[in-house]
Design a protein around this ligand. Structure first.
Ligand code: UDP
Length: 392
């Protein structure tokens, strides 16, 4: 049976749900607050530098799932970009994530066995590491922790690494061979033509209205649909009734430079606390494996990424995974389960308050569509008007 479905937000979660539910024969409408779909993945072509600018920080698609990789490849061709980050600290350059070449640069070791032995000597014995700092001291020891992790993490999260969960860092590998790929996943790349091209195809044929602020008229919108997928911040949906969930934000400083190549790499991290930015992106390198760069291009585009407190006018980029925030989120989650008789589904990074990678967002969106399609999603028992009257 065809349902009327409203999707609030045309980021990755919303766009995947829209594609799938539209193809399954439902009447889907997507509304988006910004002036274009794409969420934080959006890229735009910059003529002078002949490259795609990642407007909200580097978005490198990676996944270990064949299913998700095949899925995204239905909508875009991916280049063969592999993220090989470099670190600058106190004027020195290092290979990163930590690998045999990094360990050669720091400890002078040349073989995997020597590297393992060097790191084993460094490790601090901590029976049960309880936070990010302890986890790093226990796995790589103080020298590497101070060079690569401590300063960057303090800047990024504006907290001591001793107050942060170790999960934040566990995504970054430590290797004893020369593999310097930032990710462990088997599939990686960036859509040729940028993410906007991917979104154009994901949303092809689906009605999308941009520039629409959903929350002030939420009740009215919800009353017109059978099912609503809300992908905005969960605390904002409930008028911050339990207080605001904490986010870290970023400020981007872009510069078009009159040189062809500024830093020779897509991403350079600056891991000292004294340098105010965490990384510099040079966008042309994200496109490196795409066919032909236009001859005669004289400029390159770089972006300095500055961590920032989240506040008015800044985007909520990173959920802050402290215990207090988790507890607050659980209280919103309980409200969400009951909201509008279960007619509204909360999905995606902001609505689930999760530090999601793109492939995880797609997996979560497909899972929700699957539940909805199998009828495992609660269907409202009351007519819309009464349901809304019951809402607190
Ligand atoms: N991190 C670090 N040094 C680095 C890169 C990352 O200490 O050079 C830590 C930091 O705490 C960061 C976390 O690892 O927040 C995750 O890094 P990642 O690059 O995955 O973050 P994202 O790309 O999501 O900003």
């Amino acid at each position: 049976m065809s349902a009327r479905i409203l999707i609030v937000g045309a980021g990755l979660y919303g766009a995947v749900c829209a594609r799938e539910l539209h193809d399954a024969g439902h009447q889907v409408l997507v509304i988006e607050q910004r002036d274009a779909p794409g969420g934080n993945c959006v890229t735009r072509y910059v003529e002078e530098a002949d490259c795609h600018e990642h407007m909200h920080g580097a978005h490198i698609f990676h996944t270990d799932s064949d299913r998700i990789w095949e899925y995204v490849n239905r909508f875009a061709r991916f280049n063969s970009f592999v993220n090989r980050v470099k670190v600058q600290h106190a004027g020195q350059l290092y290979s990163f994530p930590i690998n045999l070449f990094t360990l050669y640069q720091v400890f002078g070791v040349r073989t995997p066995a020597e590297a393992r032995a060097a790191v084993a000597r460094e490790r601090v014995e901590i029976a049960q590491p309880a936070n990010l700092e302890q986890h790093c001291l226990a796995t790589v020891g103080p020298t590497l922790y101070r060079l690569f992790i401590e300063g960057y993490t303090r800047k990024q999260w504006r907290r001591s690494p001793a107050e942060l969960p170790a999960e934040i860092i566990k995504r970054i590998p430590v290797r004893f061979d020369f593999d310097d790929n930032y990710f462990n996943d088997r599939h990686q790349g960036i859509p040729i033509g940028g993410y906007s091209a991917l979104f154009d195809r994901l949303l092809a044929g689906v009605p999308v209205q941009c520039g629409i602020d959903f929350l002030p008229d939420a009740r009215h919108w919800i009353s017109r649909f059978d099912h609503v997928i809300y992908t905005g911040p969960i605390d904002a949906f409930f008028g911050h009734a339990h207080g605001a969930l904490e986010y870290r934000s970023l400020r981007f400083e872009r510069e078009l430079l009159p040189t062809c190549d500024f830093q020779g790499n897509a991403v350079v991290n600056f891991t000292e606390a004294e340098v105010p930015w965490t990384r510099i992106l040079e966008h042309r390198h994200f496109d490196r494996s795409s066919p032909g760069r236009r001859p005669g291009v004289q400029h390159t585009l770089i972006t300095r990424e500055y961590p920032a407190d989240h506040g008015p006018g800044l985007e909520p980029y990173y959920p802050v995974g402290t215990e207090a925030n988790r507890r607050r989120y659980e209280r919103y989650r309980s409200l969400a389960d009951e909201a509008f008789g279960g007619q509204v589904h909360f999905g995606g990074r902001l609505a689930e308050y999760r530090y999601f990678d793109m492939h995880q967002v797609i997996g979560a969106a497909l899972a929700h569509v699957g539940r909805f399609t199998r009828g495992e999603w609660r269907t409202p028992a009351m007519p819309p008007a009464r349901r809304i009257a019951h809402q607190g």
